[in-house]
Design a protein around this ligand. Structure first.
Ligand SMILES: Cc1ncc(COP(=O)(O)O)c(C=O)c1O
Length: 439
């Protein structure tokens, strides 16, 4: 395994300008990230000057000659006869124009990223990345608690894939440092989710990178699940991370109408390894899905900023309701919250739109009365869409966790998770209050 050296925005610009990439592959770092999706990744001249890229709904691509086919495969598989050029279009499990347009645009907007690999779900992005980059018998340290699917993979499937996964509360750097220091061998990867789903616990990304460098003997990669805040409010590569993963199902898709995922890296070598596994294991994103994601990226900034603004108002209101015990929302953090406040101020440019709150009544029946009474909010899992979703982590998204782990992480029956959409904040507040009054 190779650990990348830090890649600055300048390095990325040099790469784009200094190699043989065509101009539309230039990430245009001189522009604001919200502008880049409109100018990167697609050349209208290649598609009858259509302002929007067509959907390339095709499984395979014709070669103009047998020699070109041989050369394409040589480059794709890096065979001895390879000429070192981009492989060209071959077969949609390997590459497809819509997949590449979305990947290129995500590289352009994710500060510090150099390359990306798209996936048909967040879970396939996470699992393929881990399987591709871990050596046999390797070890991962991961955030505890983490999204339920990621928890299941690390807790129950690691052994089947011949690696060891160690859960640690990564919001406490001392705990991480102690585990790393006590280990005879360096870890291969530290996988963090920040803010964590559903506890909202924030992990100091730069602090984790520092610990990885200190104890990792140049081997420990740092991967960040940036689903809750990225790419608008949090930039892990700028803080030294090696890899960023997304459930693109959430804010990147933004409309609750698709399932997708993404891994970004600041080293070509890491993405090459991940794409090699993607080709063989086969989790390839559909052209239609990549097209929808490309369209959604254009509104990502205005959606996420509007949602964060609405969430701020909803969180402020929830705090005042007599049936509510506690509200966890980064925008409510104050210096009294100590380290969590410091981390948030240091690494995030906005609060996002996820809120976790606790009812005073600890019973499941109280939480269910609330969930059954909402009329504007939708009772559904997932997050990041334009409509507000409300759910009960203990019996829904995190129900795969053992009761002991749920208790340890504070995922109680009184915990409610809210993903705030773009509706009028007063309508959401009125809806939540009438439902809370029925608890
Ligand atoms: C933080 C986080 N990471 C990863 C995932 C998995 O993504 P997907 O459902 O797209 O596979 C989720 C899903 O909810 C999530 O919330």
């Amino acid at each position: 395994m190779e650990v990348s050296s830090p890649m600055s925005e300048n390095d990325k610009m040099d790469m784009a300008g200094g190699d043989q990439r065509p101009d539309y592959k230039n990430p245009h770092l001189e522009l604001h990230p919200s502008t880049r999706p409109f100018v990167v990744g697609y050349d209208a001249k290649l598609s009858a000057m259509a302002i929007q890229p067509p959907v390339f709904r095709t499984s395979t691509f014709e070669f103009s000659s047998a020699e070109e086919g041989e050369e394409s495969f040589g480059n794709a598989y890096e065979l001895p006869n390879c000429s070192g050029k981009e492989p060209g279009l071959i077969y949609s499990r390997l590459n497809n124009p819509n997949m590449e347009i979305w990947e290129d645009r995500m590289v352009a907007v994710e500060s510090g990223a150099l390359c990306a690999a798209a996936f048909p779900s967040g879970m396939s992005a996470i699992t393929t990345m881990v399987i591709a980059l871990l050596v046999r018998g390797g070890r991962v340290l991961y955030t505890d608690p983490v999204y339920g699917g990621t928890y299941y993979f690390f807790r129950h499937l690691a052994e089947r894939f011949d690696f060891k996964a160690v859960p640690v509360d990564t919001s406490d750097l001392n705990k991480v440092g102690n585990v790393l220091a006590a280990s005879k061998e360096p870890f291969d990867m530290i996988f963090i989710e920040t803010p964590a789903n559903p506890t909202m616990a924030e992990t100091d990304i730069a602090g984790i990178v520092e610990l990885a460098r200190c104890h990792g003997e140049g081997k420990t990669l740092v991967a960040v699940d940036n689903t809750y805040l990225g790419p608008v409010f949090q930039y892990p590569f700028e803080l030294g991370a090696d890899l960023v993963v997304y459930s693109a199902t959430k804010f990147l898709g933004g409309h609750s109408d698709l399932i997708a995922g993404l891994v970004l890296a600041r080293s070509d070598n890491l993405i090459k390894q991940i794409k090699g596994y993607r080709t063989i294991l086969g989790p390839t994103i559909a052209a239609d899905t990549a097209w929808l994601l490309t369209r959604s990226l254009g509104t990502c900034w205005i959606r996420m900023e509007a949602q964060a603004k609405g969430a701020g108002k909803v969180a402020q209101a929830l705090v005042t309701h007599p049936k509510v015990d506690r509200v966890l929302f980064p925008g409510l953090l104050t210096p009294e919250d100590g380290n969590q406040y410091v981390i948030h101020q240091k690494q995030c440019s906005g609060p996002g739109s996820m809120i976790t709150f606790f009812l005073k009544d600890p019973k499941k029946s109280a939480a269910f009365r609330l969930l059954n009474a909402v009329r504007v909010c939708h009772l559904a899992v997932s997050l990041g869409g334009i409509e507000t979703l409300i759910e009960h982590p203990r019996t829904m998204t995190h129900s795969d966790m053992s009761p002991e782990d749920l208790d340890k992480c504070g995922i109680t029956h009184s915990m409610i998770r809210l993903s705030v959409g773009v509706e009028d904040a007063n309508d959401l507040i009125n809806d939540l209050f009438q439902a809370l009054n029925q608890v």
